[in-house]
Design a protein around this ligand. Structure first.
Ligand SMILES: Cc1ncc(COP(=O)(O)O)c(C=O)c1O
Length: 383
């Protein structure tokens, strides 16, 4: 294994050589035939990745948080009310964005480690009228995966005129999101998680309904984040609004090709399988999972420490042993660590990770049976 740390934080995920090579290609003009092919190609690939034929994708320099602003600011009218469903840190960030732009909203939260149920959503939609409903598919702070398809069903039944926005930053490209079939109006995501590209791109896909809503809005509280300024570029990459991050787009185009080459069903299945194998390996070493069994995410795990293991020492030693994981956020800081298992993660990398975890437990004098973790994942991860 090359002398670099294995990134098992909840994004960025490990970037494979083929994508790094695309990133390292010469910087070309942003209105060149290469950009036309690669930005155009990445946009088409994104439509396939979220299962839409009529949706309009946007790929803009920025991060997932910009994608959140783009999603909201381009569909909210002054008098609109937004229902924000939250199961953690990033659901709450959507509420903060509403605050920042004086958008009327109501925050419906679940306890950390659980999700708002479809029935709780139904009850709320029966009580109040909302023009927009926003959810977080996977909240990276809690590892909880929301029932997006059920939410879409309830919205279609109880509030069919409401636009449905899904934050897929920690899900798109790793967990199924069927925009047209389920009736999702905006999917927002970023390059650096399940899509396996380096960070630096905000990605939004707008349904026809959402595009119509934008066109109805006389103006929006945005300039750079205004999709009608970017639309001509997305329709024809030879046009200019603001200089796109050329090399990042070259890398992202390659990343979307890798996703489609693997095949979406196979990729979703691989994320599911890796998630359960990794959790089995962790429990064989005495760790437990913080998130409720009913809403475990395929893309990351929030892992509770067993008695006697200190968060900072564990993560520091694991880093020395070649693997990077993330600490807990907010109320669970110090009690859990977050292990990302998304993107183009391989069997060999998972085995390497468990070898490093066992070395770390040994270094910290924690009592366990050496090899249990590695053998558990190796035996479950048949070639
Ligand atoms: C669910 C979710 N939404 C939004 C974001 C924000 O993305 P970024 O850090 O790229 O701004 C994150 C980042 O981890 C996330 O996990």
């Amino acid at each position: 294994m090359k002398e670099q740390k294995l990134l098992l934080i909840p994004g960025p995920s490990p970037v494979v050589d083929r994508i790094l090579e695309a990133l390292a290609q010469p910087t070309v003009s942003h209105i060149s035939p290469q950009m036309e092919k690669e930005l155009g190609g990445a946009l088409e690939n994104m439509k396939k990745i979220v299962f839409t034929t009529s949706g309009q994708p946007f790929i803009v320099a920025g991060a997932g948080t910009l994608a959140m602003e783009i999603a909201l600011l381009n569909i909210v009218a002054d008098q609109d009310r937004v229902l924000v469903l939250s199961q953690g840190y990033f659901g709450n960030r959507m509420a903060e964005i509403c605050e920042a732009f004086d958008i009327k909203y109501h925050l419906l939260q679940s306890p950390w480690g659980r999700v708002v149920t479809a029935e709780e959503l139904r009850t709320e939609l029966k009580k109040h009228k909302y023009e927009i409903v926003v959810c977080t598919h996977v909240d990276t702070a809690t590892g909880a995966c929301a029932p997006v398809r059920e939410y879409a069903e309830v919205i279609r039944q109880v509030a069919p005129e409401a636009l449905f926005v899904v934050d897929g930053v920690c899900a798109t490209g790793g967990i199924e999101e069927r925009m047209d079939d389920w009736g999702i109006d905006v999917i927002l995501t970023a390059a650096q998680k399940c899509l396996g590209a380096p960070p630096g791109l905000a990605i939004d896909v707008f349904s026809k309904r959402a595009m119509d809503k934008r066109r109805q809005l006389h103006r929006v509280k945005a300039y750079y984040a205004d999709i009608l300024r970017w639309l001509p570029v997305m329709e024809n990459p030879n046009r200019y609004f603001s200089t796109p991050c050329v090399n990042e787009i070259r890398a992202f185009y390659e990343a979307t090709r890798i996703v489609l080459e693997e095949g979406l069903d196979r990729r979703f299945e691989r994320h599911d399988r890796l998630a359960s194998v990794i959790r089995s390996g962790l429990s064989s070493l005495g760790f437990s999972i913080f998130t409720d069994e009913t809403c475990l995410a395929a893309t990351l795990s929030a892992v509770r420490y067993p008695e006697g293991l200190d968060d900072v020492s564990f993560r520091r030693k694991l880093y020395e042993n070649g693997v990077v994981v993330a600490g807990g956020l907010g109320p669970v800081a110090g009690q859990v660590f977050r292990l990302g298992h998304m993107g183009n993660l391989t069997r060999e990398q998972v085995i390497f990770a468990f070898d490093a975890i066992e070395k770390t437990l040994l270094n910290l004098g924690y009592a366990f049976t050496l090899g249990d973790g590695v053998e558990t994942v190796r035996s479950l991860l048949v070639r």
